[in-house]
Design a protein around this ligand. Sequence first.
Ligand code: BTN
Length: 326
Amino acid sequence: MELANLILELLYDRGEVFFALDELAQATSAGRAQVDEALGELARRGHRFERSPAHGVRLIRPTVLDAYLIERNLPVRHIGRHVICFNETDSTNDTAFASARQAAGEALVVTAEYQRAGRGRLGRKWISPPGTAILASVLLHRQACELPHEALTLAAGLAVAEGIDDAAGISPALSWPNDVVVGEAKLAGVLVEVHTVSGARQVVIGFGINVFSAPPTEQVSGQAICLAEAIGSPWRPASLERIEILRAVLARMERWVAALQSDGAGELHERWCSRCGMINRRLCVQSAGRRFTGRVVDVSPSEGLILLDDDGQRLHFPSATSTVVE
Ligand code: BTN
């Protein structure tokens, strides 16, 4: 393994404890000069170190998103095996689509510390200050590209909610079609986009998770929250590693996409609805320029949101063209 990655994983796994430079050299069978060179390379990758003449060196937490640490021993066959981390991009969804030719049918994950033109559903903007969020897009592997948009949107939202649960210990709810929420406030959102290139369908699942800050209310349509705030005091930045949250989300996404391919949407439907606080609530939905009011009876991976209106009619709303209005 490359020396810089070896040193990075030793420092990362040690948490906030210092590593003496001699110990680091010994553990990696490298000379002190090589260790210094490798630390320089890691600094160029965006990692920050605290150095102490008495104690050595440690990684400043939380760290930047790092492809090596994200991929390392991740138990996946597709989603998360190949990761590219950018400092800045227009939109990770666009970067993922643009990489489709190089990825040649493989699943590829693209992340960015900052997006100049991040977007949400229905043409909305998605704004996050640099380094405060998880902004990621998965270019689906070829075998999964035929899965329906509606089901993939539900699978992605559930994966994000469950991944946050696994890695950060809070249990967010789901709000149709693509919101991950804590109470009424939005913590994360997913955006599934489909392109057809030379007759081949390409699918990108993008997701944004507010980790250390939430966009100010004037920039979003409803309330927003970040994980740090949702976890509440006492939380320490060092204990909230975006890498671990992202890894957990990718592992869950792999599971749900594979389940859709092999067993259909039955279990996804059940698990999604058990996290959704909208069932049986009365809602107003806007679709094709009209508003419809009724009681939510189901969220279906094939038909979208199902409302029972006041005349007892069952209405269904696809996520691509409908939105909930309060
Ligand atoms: C929404 O809630 O409307 C969906 C938000 C999706 C935002 C993510 S951030 C990473 C990826 N790149 C984008 O431009 N959008 C998605």
